[in-house]
Design a protein around this ligand. Structure first.
Ligand SMILES: *Cc1c(COP(=O)(O)O)cnc(C)c1O
Length: 420
């Protein structure tokens, strides 16, 4: 059914050869993380009986408690809370922020202005929303990234020393910017800098898109708290909704008190039959992240051979699953998204078009043909129609199913360029 022209097939074969070393590196990390996950399942004695549904208050749900323990062990944390009740990544991060911060405290973001949806939570940016941290008397400050888009370690040290903030907040992934993503080692350095100036400051990491990309998580290098979405990396493409928070036990407890209520904390919360899916999701996650990384690597190689600038560049060591490609023109951007959509397992017959989106100044085009609405561990792409006409591309449950979709996108872009 897929018909690619010979030039593209030759280019694809060459691109795949370009990726050989990177694929080997990805396999090493996948094997390490998959083994760690399996060990956590065995060590915590996961059993079929744990997949049974609890109802009502959900007291004594051994599956729920074991899921927390397995995930904590897999990410090298003291404790974790993994729940379908978290509605999205933003909600999960919000529970963690409100769980830890109190009136009069300062939250210091050290990776520039955070991801769009976190801004109303803090109470900054254009879209003011009632009930923000600011409404509750929590102060906010940030340290800008340096001219290369990297954390400014000198400025961070000075700001932490001067402000003694309750929390230092780090966003690991680039989100929808073109700055590089942070490595776990870099996060470890920020932890050291912070603790040297202010030992009691809590270091929290927005770990979205970063889970299982490296052989360890920020919790392994001293981050006190990490959080993310289960419809991205750690849900393995199987979890239908949810999020996780992991880290220091006392802080995770505080987050549980915020998720439910003080006093009840993690003791309540019916799982309604979601346990099996969440166990399966986290079990598959290391492998699926590997597939997404291979898809990203291949896409970078194909589009760089087509003459486009990509971030990361082919062969660069990755710290999240996002691949950005500067497609130069709005026509190319639309061609890319429409082409990608034709190769999706779900909604392949749908044609994405640019349209206005709340919170954006320019029109946005999105391509997604996913089993789970908005899931971005599944093959997906988003792009605002503005300079430099970059597309942010991520996911792919199976490299061999994603490869044809990427080639569909490439073919459309090539046709578009030839028609000029
Ligand atoms: C996805 C993401 C979030 C959370 O977004 P949701 O759409 O609410 O899941 C937060 N931060 C970053 C960097 C993200 O990529």
């Amino acid at each position: 059914m897929f018909e690619f022209d010979e030039k593209l097939i030759a280019l694809s074969d060459a691109a795949l050869r370009d990726c050989a070393d990177e694929f080997r590196r990805i396999d090493c990390v996948t094997e390490h993380n998959q083994r760690k996950m399996l060990e956590a399942f065995i060590h915590n004695k996961v059993s079929e009986t744990m997949f049974a549904a609890s109802t009502g208050y959900g007291y004594g749900d051994v599956g729920r408690d074991t899921l927390d323990a397995v995930f904590a062990e897999a990410v090298g944390a003291e404790d974790a809370v993994v729940r379908h009740n978290f509605t999205c990544g933003t909600h999960t991060l919000t529970v963690a922020l409100f769980g830890v911060l109190r009136p009069g405290d300062t939250m210091l973001c050290v990776t520039g202005t955070p991801y769009d949806t976190i801004q109303p939570v803090i109470g900054i940016g254009k879209t003011a929303a009632a009930g923000s941290l600011r409404d509750f008397g929590v102060n906010y400050a940030e340290v800008a990234l340096d001219e290369n888009g990297c954390p400014d370690e000198t400025a961070i040290a000075a700001a932490v020393k001067a402000q003694q903030p309750k929390m230092v907040y780090i966003q690991r992934s680039r989100g929808y910017s073109l700055r590089p993503s942070l490595s776990v080692a870099q996060i470890g350095r920020i932890v050291q800098i912070t603790k040297a100036q202010s030992p009691d400051t809590v270091v929290m990491v927005d770990n979205c898109y970063g889970e299982f990309v490296e052989d360890r998580e920020p919790t392994a290098v001293g981050a006190d708290l990490i959080a993310g979405s289960l419809i991205k990396n750690p849900g393995g493409g199987i979890a239908r909704t949810g999020g996780y928070i992991a880290g220091r036990r006392d802080l995770v407890e505080q987050c549980c008190n915020r998720l439910t209520t003080p006093g009840l904390g993690r003791e309540v919360g019916a799982t309604l039959g979601n346990n099996r899916e969440l166990f399966m999701g986290i079990f598959h996650a290391p492998h699926v992240v590997g597939e997404a990384l291979k898809t990203a690597a291949f896409t970078a190689a194909v589009f760089s051979r087509l003459g486009f600038e990509t971030t990361p560049v082919p062969g660069e060591v990755r710290h999240d699953i996002i691949q950005a490609i500067k497609l130069k023109t709005p026509e190319n951007l639309i061609a890319f998204c429409q082409g990608l959509q034709t190769g999706a397992p779900v909604d392949s017959f749908v044609t994405p078009v640019p349209s206005a989106m709340p919170g954006y100044d320019s029109k946005v085009i999105m391509s997604a043909g996913a089993f789970t609405l908005g899931s971005s561990i599944e093959l997906s792409a988003d792009a605002p129609l503005r300079e430099p006409f970059a597309v942010w591309f991520q996911g792919g449950l199976h490299f061999f199913a994603s490869k044809p979709a990427v080639l569909c996108a490439a073919q459309r872009v090539m046709q578009q360029e030839n028609n000029k």
